[in-house]
Design a protein around this ligand. Structure first.
Ligand SMILES: Cc1ncc(COP(=O)(O)O)c(C=O)c1O
Length: 388
């Protein structure tokens, strides 16, 4: 069989077989609507599974189960945090359109939500990031205004993997009376998260980034009173998020969270070791190669490298031909030919951004995968450089 080395786990991960097994009955024999639990034993089975999943997700991030609200994934959670909090705080606290602070290199689920808020008359400040890819908390402090109602800074960047000082930034937000949201889509189940220690009020995560199914995630909501619903509908999720629950998806999310929590300590060390070995091998075999963003303060599964003298598109195609799947910009951006906004935000020019690739490891990545990638990529780079 053709060899596939999948190094695009930041885009998505395969569903773990144990997750799949746990989900399966909830498509067929245990199909009841969990909201019918008050009068139906089948509904009770689905409802119990839902609440078990809530406990498992809560345990992954140190939250209380009733602070976990199920959503359709990271994009919805991010949209909801920004729109739900900004609108509620502005109307009820300030009685006028408020202000929020976020960062230039956030995922588009945040950036485009922030732009949508601006269109509605809210004020948004976009903090800049330097070469390290790590936000300076003092820049957040300087961006705060008397009418700031929300600060949203991602926990781990999806392209360069850098981990942000969320705890310190949350303290700054609170000092000025604002709430703190973090997008932890790239960090949940990859590095330890404790919402209490971090001091965040809201946190987004998505199952498909840690071997759960696509289309399901959560918004951690410290206080249900802090935001308006994004989806008005039935009374599901304490009236905070209407829509019949995606029970199989939620069960899968719960199982993935449970497995992720068990595996985290071992995987953190294993993946960081493999990632570092991959970089060392590549750097010893390819000249003019460098890492984008701080190498130490980054999630263990991410390596984003710049290889001068190549264009990432032909390199990614050649790697794909050789069975190695990786990425240039973020997955949601693959239709665009513009340079990654993350790389340009940390000071790369267009050419540098377009000579960068992201290699992201996952639970399925083996030593042999890394050896293969480290053996094959240098030859492809030499070939492409010789063609210029
Ligand atoms: C940092 C970050 N936020 C949000 C999202 C969106 O999550 P979802 O695909 O679950 O909508 C992603 C997905 O790539 C991401 O990496």
């Amino acid at each position: 069989m053709e060899r596939i080395v999948y190094l695009d786990n930041a885009a998505t991960t395969p569903v773990d077989p144990a997750v799949m097994e746990e989900m399966r009955p909830y498509f067929t024999e245990r199909f009841a609507n969990p909201m019918t639990y008050t009068h139906s034993s089948s509904g009770d089975v689905a409802h119990t599974a839902l609440e078990e999943a809530r406990i498992r997700v809560a345990s992954l991030i140190g939250a209380k189960p009733d602070q976990i609200v199920f959503t359709s994934g990271g994009t919805e959670s991010d949209n909801w945090a920004l729109k739900g909090v900004t609108e509620k705080a502005s109307r009820e606290r300030l009685h006028r359109a408020g202000h929020m602070v976020t960062v230039e290199f956030e995922h588009h689920a945040i950036l485009h939500s922030a732009v949508a808020l601006q269109r509605q008359g809210y004020e948004v400040s976009f903090v800049k990031v330097g070469h390290s890819g790590i936000v300076d908390p003092d820049d957040v402090r300087r961006a705060m205004k008397p009418n700031t109602v929300l600060v949203s800074v991602m926990h781990g960047n999806n392209e360069i993997g850098t981990i942000q000082p969320v705890t310190e930034i949350a303290r700054i937000a609170h000092e000025q009376g604002a709430l703190m949201h973090t997008d932890a889509v790239q960090t949940a189940a990859h590095i330890p998260i404790d919402v209490e220690t971090m001091g965040v009020d809201l946190l987004s995560l998505s199952a498909h980034k840690f071997n759960g199914p696509k289309g399901v995630g959560i918004l951690y909501v410290r206080d249900h009173q802090s935001l308006y619903p994004l989806l008005d509908g039935g009374g599901q999720e304490w009236g905070l998020r209407g829509s019949t629950h995606n029970v199989p998806g939620i069960v899968g999310l719960g199982k993935a969270a449970q497995l992720g929590k068990q595996r985290l300590p071992g995987e953190l060390t294993r993946l960081a070791g493999l990632r570092n070995a991959l970089y060392e091998k590549l750097a010893s075999r390819i000249d003019r190669i460098s890492v984008n963003g701080d190498m130490k303060q980054r999630v263990p599964q991410n390596l984003n490298i710049r290889i001068d003298g190549i264009d990432n598109e032909p390199l990614l195609l050649a790697m794909n031909e050789a069975g190695i799947i990786a990425a240039g910009g973020s997955a949601c951006n693959t239709q665009e030919t513009v340079a990654s906004h993350v790389l340009t935000s940390i000071g790369c020019d267009l050419k540098e951004a377009k000579s960068s690739i992201r290699l992201s490891l996952g639970y399925g990545t083996t030593d042999k995968d890394i050896e293969y990638a480290a053996d094959v990529i240098p030859g492809l780079v030499r070939f492409l450089r010789s063609m210029r």
